[in-house]
Write a protein that binds this ligand. Sequence first.
Ligand code: FES
Ligand SMILES: [Fe+2]
Length: 375
Amino acid sequence: MYYDSRPLMNEGTPAKPAEGSGEMLWGFWYPALRSDRLHGRQLQRTTLLGVPLVVGRDGAKKPFALRDICPHRAFPLSYGQFDGALVECAYHGWQFDAHTGQCRHIPSLTADAKLKCDRIYAGSFPCEERDGYIWAFMANAEGRALGPTDVPPPVPELPTFSPRYKIAHLAADLPCSVDHGIIGLMDPAHGPFVHQAWWWRSRRSIRDKAKQFEPIPNGFRMSPHAPSANSAPYKILKLITGEPATTTIDFVLPNQRFEQVRAGRYWLSSRTTVTPIRGDLCRLDFVVAWNILPWFPIVSLIIHVLGPRFIRQDCEVIEKQSLGLAHENRMMLVDDADRQARWYFELKASYLESQRTGQPIRHPLAGPVTLRWRS
Ligand code: FES
Ligand SMILES: [Fe+2]
């Protein structure tokens, strides 16, 4: 739930729950696992949106994701054997097609048994590999097959702008609900307090900001602009490339923040996702690609040293915040600094509404808007 700033501050309007607050969004691709965690015919366990998954790769290296619950007696399939095509439950040996979840064999059945085992399915989820992650399309919690006309959208892809580039991945667990994880991601006001460092910014560097935003499908964009002059990495970028940089930041439902920095022919492109694991736990995944001086490790160094430091600072804040959230689940969304958080809640509510009604999403932004805050 959240408070509107003005009515609350001035009139004491009671808190109303935000529609869709805390809910997880079905019908999207989510990163389930890093690609490099899957070796050979190993089965790996993971959880997305509260659903236990067993993930593996078939003989042709194509990944699959099954609900990690045997339909016979709920034994986790991840304890079983995998021969490259069929997953065999370790309890009574039922075998399931790794991609469709269809049951192929029940060892206890006699030759003249009437039961048609191919009518039994383990839950399964469309699964693809992209940008170093295994993605699962979470249409529903049971892993029911999609209808013939329900084709999942393309798997999210990190935009890149030249054939050769470097890529790096970082991850962290966030002990909070997906909403707090996501609004923390788009919150401009915590920077000077949480990410203080002499080479980056401090409380003293707080200044007025005005940024233009525009609606994009399922999200909103901070229009291309010159990067914050008080951030050292951008100064370094300018020094290296000799060209003025522009940065564009998008948020797209359900959980993706894209940031692109372009300076002449140089570019850096990142995506941060906050994926709900359970109601009170998320995983932050950060992937970044760049072509700035690939032969000189300065950017790589910045990313491998500063990236984890930034993420650690955000994690520490969320860990401490969870102490308070255990007692109080209301929040205040105050003016333009929290406007993006408000748009996120509105987009989410519109998405849930459109799923109920079949109508297109009502976008919270009618057109370009300028937001002003100090950070
Ligand atoms: S519980 Fe899986 S085969 Fe019986
Ligand atoms: Fe942060």
